[in-house]
Design a protein around this ligand. Sequence first.
Ligand code: CU
Length: 252
Amino acid sequence: MKGHPNTTLLSIWGMVALATVGLAARGESLAAFDGRCILADCVAPRSNIPDILGRRALSARRLARLGATPDFRHGLLGAGSTAVDVKGTARVGTRPQATAVVWLDAPNAPPLAQQTKIVLHQRNLTFLPHVLAVRTGTIVDFPNEDRVFHNVFSFKDGKPFDLGIYPVGSMKQVTFSESGVTRLFCNIHPNMGGYVVSVDSPYFSAVDENGTFTLAAVPPGSYTYHAWKPGSPILTGAAVIQSGSPLEIIWR
Ligand SMILES: [Cu+2]
């Protein structure tokens, strides 16, 4: 029997909802994919939502007919939905992890169009913030707002650069054109240290001193998340982003 097109559409979305509810019922929610392994190539279990939707409910061809994106990892469940701010926590066991960055894969996101200044300050012999998260390609200002000269550089990983010695009140810039973790040092003050983590995604956040973070304006859907902290492999897992669902990051 051939249904009315609207009926067909409703059935499809009903199947999507059932698949999502089914996963939730089995505990395969955001909190379940918290990365329990510690090996360098560790990958947390992944949600099978894309498989369920792809094979059994919504083929890419069918989605195209419906005018929806065939990209299951970016915005499928969010077709017609409003972007949400995703709150989350990062912990090592039960202890909040303050020095960390969390981001979501978003291969189809529009390119970077930097409209605001991103600043990494030098004040009182420290880098502020201690961890700066940026989207790959971002230009970062490095003003010297201290009472002494500094010489900011990075040599080990990420973006290598050396800003040379520059006085109070002056400013230099670095473009973080590659994704990765850049460790910051000062040639004059060996106790100064910091990080710039550049990620190829508009959905990212550094973690605050309480171990909490917010990923702003994320279209609901199924994503792969990543989380970095110093001295550990990057955690990777699956997350279903929807309104009101927290994202829990746990290093075990
Ligand atoms: Cu210095």
